[in-house]
Write a protein that binds this ligand. Structure first.
Ligand code: HEC
Length: 102
């Protein structure tokens, strides 16, 4: 029982610190998003059927997809190229920005 409580406490602590590490900066993400707007729309709603909307998407999912494009686990020549120069912080900021939109 004592061990379970300790494990729970360390899990919560880990989760909390992970949140801090991944907390994106919305303003920085907005600044970076200029390069994305041509396809994904100025407010994350795309005017073109081929390009997905990003507004309101879950932050964690968006980060996962961006990393998958960067690592070429998810293949799309355009997005693979778009993600290549981005750092983890850039991706976290962009994801926070799009998650903040409706
Ligand atoms: C030239 C057009 C273009 C630009 C510029 C572009 N994207 Fe994309 N993006 C796409 C296309 C096309 C897809 C869908 C790829 C596929 O079919 O897998 C996509 C997919 C995505 C996805 C996955 C969405 C989902 O629901 O799975 C994310 C996240 C994303 N883009 C983020 C970005 C960000 C952030 C930028 C700017 C740094 C950006 N894109 C710039 C065309 C673009």
């Amino acid at each position: 029982m004592k061990h379970k409580i300790l494990a729970l406490i360390s899990a919560i602590t880990l989760a909390a610190s992970a949140n801090v590490a991944f907390a994106g900066d919305v303003a920085a993400g907005k600044a970076k998003s200029a390069a994305c707007a041509a396809c994904h729309g100025a407010k994350g709603i795309s005017a073109v059927p081929m390009y997905p909307n990003l507004a309101g998407q879950k932050e964690t999912y968006t980060i996962k997809q961006m990393k998958a494009f960067k690592d070429k686990v998810r293949i799309d020549p355009t997005m693979n190229a778009m993600m290549a120069p981005l750092s983890d912080a850039d991706m976290a900021n962009l994801a926070a920005y799009y998650a903040s939109l409706k």
